[in-house]
Each structure stands twice: as C-alpha cells, then as structure tokens.
Design a protein around this ligand. Structure first.
Ligand code: F6R
Length: 259
C-alpha cells in the first residue's frame, strides 16, 4: 500500500484524477466509481482533463459501488443521479455504460446478485475509486461486514445516515437500506485508490492504514490488496504514525514511477 499525502483536498482530487487519466491512456476500460463528497474533486478534475486535455471515456464502462434502496434513478440523491450530475454530464462517458444496482428493484437481494454477476462478467474493474466513512466503511460495508462479502443488501448505521443527512432534507429522508458491493467484490479490482480529506477522516484513515485488518474497519482490507493507493490531504493524514516514512517515499520516488 502506498500512502500519498497532499497539501489540501483539491490537490488530493487532482492526484486521483491523474491516476485515472494515466490508466485510461494505458488502455483501461473499466472504472469503479464512488459517490460522496470526497470524490467530487476527482470528478471535477476529470471533467477539466476531458475539456482541456482530450481525456476520453468513450471506451469505458463504469460501475458504481452502491445505491440506496427505494430511490429511483431520477431521485436527485440516488447515486445513479449523483454520478450523472457530477461526472457523466461533463465527459463523453456513455450513460448506458454506467452500471449501478437498481434501488427500486422489486427484489433487492436478487438485484444484488444480478449486479455481482454483471461485475464478474465485465472482468475485474481496473481502477476502483473509494471514499471512507468516519466509521471506516467503504462502499456501504459498515463495521462488522464480512471480509469475504459480495454485493448484497445492507442496513446503514444511524451514524452513516446522520452523516449523509447533509445531502437530504434530514436524517428521516435518508434510506435505511442499500445495495453495496461487498468487500471481496471491491477487492477484485486491480487497483484500489482511496481518497480521504478533512480532519473528520483522520481516525478512520489511521485505523485503515496502520491498524489491524479487521471487519470492524472495513477499509483495512486495503492492507491485503496487492495494489492499493491511499491519497489523503494533510488534515486526514494527521493521525498516521508513519507520516515521516510516507513523506520520505514521496521525496525519493524513482523517476517515472507512477502510482
Ligand atoms: C458512497 C460510498 C461511501 C462514501 C463514504 C465517504 O458511494 O461508497 O463509502 O465514499 O461514505 O463519503 P464522503 O466522501 O461523503 O465523506
């Protein structure tokens, strides 16, 4: 795992966008997309790269991590709609090639299995963007999630619903249930890139990167992955004990070595 410390959130977003840009230029055809505030800077910079540098998503299939059960794709806070607004509308990614679990499927369990099969058939996601919850969740795998889990229905903690109430009219409007890729599903992606910014993420980042691998911190599965990059701003890095080493690596990076 490599930990990359950037001065601020914008810089962290640009770093992750750069990783994706490089992967697409190298022929990547499958991307995994996260939603939430952390990835907005990434999408902003990808849109800029599309406009100014000709970065094209025309050959890309994109897979979302999760979706709220009960929200139709037209709901402004459904993740299908968020990704459309924040990324798809600004680049040449074909909306038909953006795949998400259907939050209004009559049988969510069956829908979860369908999505897992779609992901498996498309081959491994090449680069998976991840955010992290203050409780260490990735996707919507709350603490206690099986490290071997596949896409399935999950019940959100009230802490997560409170965190996400900022996007809704209040906590009562935040759905209780979601369909989320599991930890094993996420782990099948070839490159995991987690972005975390702000002081409220500092504990979760330290637990994920330097704590034990544990279902109590689902993001700690990154420690088991052969290619994981954690991009943080100074505030989110604040509780990392090995900061001097991460900075040492950055100073002595071999020329031309990517992430
Ligand atoms: C959403 C998702 C979540 C978020 C996490 C961080 O698709 O996968 O794991 O990435 O809750 O959310 P923000 O970035 O809003 O703090």
């Amino acid at each position: 795992m490599e930990v990359v410390i950037r001065p601020d959130a914008d810089d962290a977003g640009r770093t992750v966008a750069g990783i994706i840009h490089h992967a697409i230029v190298e022929g990547t055809k499958t991307l995994g997309l996260a939603t939430g505030a952390s990835s907005l800077g990434v999408y902003r910079d990808l849109a800029r790269r599309h406009r100014q540098e000709g970065l094209s998503f025309a050959d890309v299939d994109a897979f979302l991590l999760d979706e709220y059960i009960g929200l139709p794709p037209s709901h402004p806070q459904s993740y299908a709609q968020v990704i459309r607004r924040e990324l798809v509308d600004h680049v040449d990614l074909d909306p038909v090639r953006v795949h998400a679990p259907r939050g209004t499927a009559s049988d969510p369990q069956q829908e979860a299995r369908r999505f897992e099969r779609t992901l498996t058939a498309a081959g491994p996601v090449a680069v998976q963007i991840l955010g992290i919850g203050v409780n260490g969740h990735i996707g919507f795998n709350e603490p206690g999630s099986s490290l071997a889990s596949c896409t399935r229905l999950k019940t959100l903690t009230d802490d997560t619903r409170r965190d996400n109430a900022r996007f809704f009219g209040g906590i009562d409007e935040v759905p209780r249930h979601v369909i989320t890729q599991g930890l094993a599903t996420i782990g099948r992606a070839s490159h995991l890139v987690l972005i975390a910014t702000g002081p409220h993420k500092a504990y979760a980042v330290a637990a994920a990167v330097e704590g034990p691998v544990s279902a109590m911190c689902p993001a700690s599965i990154l420690q088991l992955h052969p290619h994981a990059t954690v991009v943080v701003d100074e505030l989110a890095a604040a509780r990392l004990e090995q900061q001097p080493y991460y900075r040492h690596i950055a100073r002595h990076r071999p020329a031309g070595q990517g992430y």
